[in-house]
Design a protein around this ligand. Structure first.
Ligand SMILES: Nc1ncnc2c1ncn2[C@@H]1O[C@H](COP(=O)(O)OP(=O)(O)OP(=O)(O)O)[C@@H](O)[C@H]1O
Ligand SMILES: Nc1ccn([C@H]2C[C@H](O)[C@@H](COP(=O)(O)O)O2)c(=O)n1
Length: 227
């Protein structure tokens, strides 16, 4: 099947809007592949940290983006794991520190270019669900279905708070809200591929909506897959 005819559904949105959760569930229901593009940016940020690189050294970060090897696999319990340069970095990748580092390096245009083809290579039959910030605008502008997920910043902070508490991570709700607002501002204001809905994206505000309801709303967009 020529790559351009393989169906793609993109789900973009700010941090904590539920992109990863919804995309994974929708991909499973469709039997399609899943791309967590944020994990690629987080992996470069984490690899840069391991190599003690300066987050202001754009040249070194671009080299790091080209050199960092990222692998995705499910463990025996079916939980997704991410390998960075052969090491299981799943837990480190999910920290707020890694998210902030990813957001900072993602503002460097050459880092974005370095990751572009790697993301497009995930377009494999029978289809792909891709989540991130620029999936519908830059990486897969020809996607058949585009979603832009939102939720109030307060609800997103509460979701993250609950998620981290459940993992035994000590955080405060106020601190998380500040981090979420700072990351939204940085991701939306950068010059290249800023966080914004594609013109043809369907916007879904998930504030007060459960995960299953959102999954059904997204699936309803794909002919033959609604409830
Ligand atoms: N509609 C929803 N209602 C309640 N909780 C939700 C909903 N969607 C997602 N969540 C929960 O919110 C948390 C964050 O979701 P998720 O990691 O999918 O967000 P994200 O947009 O991918 O965030 P990030 O961009 O930071 O990776 C998870 O604990 C998830 O279970
Ligand atoms: N398509 C993407 C995906 C991610 N980023 C950057 C900006 C985010 O703050 C950071 C972490 O992403 P997350 O794992 O929270 O989805 O990575 C981006 O610029 N473009």
């Amino acid at each position: 099947m020529p790559e351009s005819t393989i169906p793609v559904l993109t789900i973009d949105g700010p941090s904590g809007s539920g992109k990863g959760t919804i995309s994974r569930a929708v991909a499973a229901r469709l039997g399609w592949h899943y791309l967590d593009s944020g994990a690629l940016y987080r992996a470069v940020g984490v690899a840069a940290g391991w190599a003690d690189l300066d987050l202001d050294d754009a040249g070194a970060l671009v080299r790091c983006a080209f050199d960092t090897v990222v692998g995705f696999r499910d463990d025996a319990a079916g939980e997704p794991r991410v390998l960075v340069n052969g090491h299981d970095a799943t837990d480190e990748l999910r920290t707020e520190t890694a998210g902030a580092a990813a957001s900072a390096i993602a503002a460097i245009p050459e880092v974005r270019s370095a990751l572009k083809e790697r993301q497009r290579a995930f377009r494999q039959a029978p289809g792909l669900v891709a989540d991130g910030r620029d999936m519908g605008t830059v990486i897969f502008p020809d996607a058949g279905w585009k979603v832009f997920l939102t939720a109030s910043a307060e609800e997103r902070a509460e979701r993250r708070y609950k998620q981290l508490k459940d993992k035994g991570v000590s955080v405060t709700l106020d601190g998380l809200l500040r981090e979420i607002l700072a990351r939204d501002a940085r991701d939306a204001s950068r010059a290249v591929a800023p966080l914004r809905p594609a013109e043809d994206a369907v916007r879904i505000d998930t504030t007060g909506q459960g995960i299953e309801a959102v999954v059904e709303r997204v699936l309803a967009l794909v002919p033959g897959h609604g409830a």
